[in-house]
Ligand binder design. Structure first.
Ligand SMILES: *[C@@H]1O[C@H](CO)[C@@H](O)[C@H](O)[C@H]1NC(C)=O
Ligand SMILES: *[C@@H]1O[C@H](CO)[C@@H](O)[C@H](O)[C@H]1NC(C)=O
Length: 273
């Protein structure tokens, strides 16, 4: 249930921070002949980072002529791949929310819902990992290509010693750094959810049919605890009935309450609609 709440939100953060980005860097070219100088040359770029299409005009310091320069590189493939995965993950998790809340019975019918959910969750986990890694690499290349000191190397006037070229400011990266962090957070969220969706499929039950002896039961209770602590999937967890009966774990109760709250919240939402 928690997955249902956080997955769409995290996906939005991922594609909004990346897809909505626009950055600016500024350099100054101070010519020997001051009238030619431009001390505030702005270079604007944005998602999807086809930098070779980004141009800016700089003085050549030879009178009135200016030259048009282009940044170098095309990082659109990794950026667009990342945003596409995030958008589809958002749409799927919204769809899953609707199915969980309104079509609970249909979802469990023939075990088809859990099965599809499991496969799709595995695929999305993998896609989050691949796209986040690719985008992390793409972003580090974008940072190099838009470094003001790198941009100064493109300006012919700056190759003449007498002209003074300086970087004024570089782009602000916090938005894009956030998008990479959210990409990997999404991977953790989806990969962690694989276990809980797997439990929904009921496959694990066939391997747990042995009559459990009490010490083993206790042991398994402890080994499962990290999942309880580390994950917000307690809702699914209790729902599947796996450990709901082990009331001796205080934490279990707390998470159960959180789940009840979430369910109640969903129900009242449903009622409002
Ligand atoms: C500066 O510009 C003027 C006219 O535009 C030119 O006569 C002069 O030679 C230039 N000086 C230098 C150092 O380039
Ligand atoms: C300096 O460059 C900016 C664009 O970066 C341009 O808008 C401005 O007109 C230029 N100034 C001069 C004096 O050419």
């Amino acid at each position: 249930m928690c997955m249902v709440i956080f997955a769409p939100l995290f996906a939005i953060f991922a594609f909004a921070t990346c897809g909505g980005y626009s950055g600016q860097l500024r350099v100054s070219v101070d010519c020997v002949n001051k009238t030619d100088s431009n001390l505030s040359i702005a270079v604007n770029f944005a998602y999807p980072f086809r930098l070779y299409q980004t141009y800016f005009d700089v003085p050549v310091c030879d009178g009135k002529t200016r030259e048009r320069l282009f940044l170098i590189g095309d990082y659109s493939s990794s950026a667009e791949f990342f945003v596409t995965v995030a958008v589809f993950a958002f749409l799927y998790s919204l769809l899953a929310t609707v199915v969980y809340i309104f079509f609970q019975n249909k979802y469990r019918e023939n075990n088809r819902g859990p099965l599809i959910d499991f496969i799709v969750t595995v695929i999305f986990s993998f896609m989050w990992l691949v796209s986040s890694s690719a985008w992390a690499k793409g972003l580090s290349d974008v940072k190099v290509a838009t470094d003001p000191d790198e941009v100064l190397l493109l300006i012919s006037a700056c190759k003449v010693q007498a002209n003074k070229c300086k970087s004024v400011h570089g782009p602000i990266w916090s938005g894009l750094n956030t998008s990479v962090v959210f990409g990997f957070l999404n991977f953790v969220l989806w990969a962690g959810n694989i276990w809980f969706v797997f439990k929904e499929t009921g496959w694990h039950k066939s391997s747990q049919r042995y009559p459990p002896d009490s010490s083993e039961k206790r042991h398994s209770g402890f080994t499962q605890q990290p999942y309880n602590q580390g994950s917000c999937e307690q809702g699914n967890f209790n729902q599947s009935g796996g450990f709901g009966t082990q009331g001796d774990l205080g934490q279990q109760v707390t998470y159960g309450q959180v789940y009840d709250y979430a369910t109640h919240g969903s129900t009242s939402l449903a009622n409002q609609m």
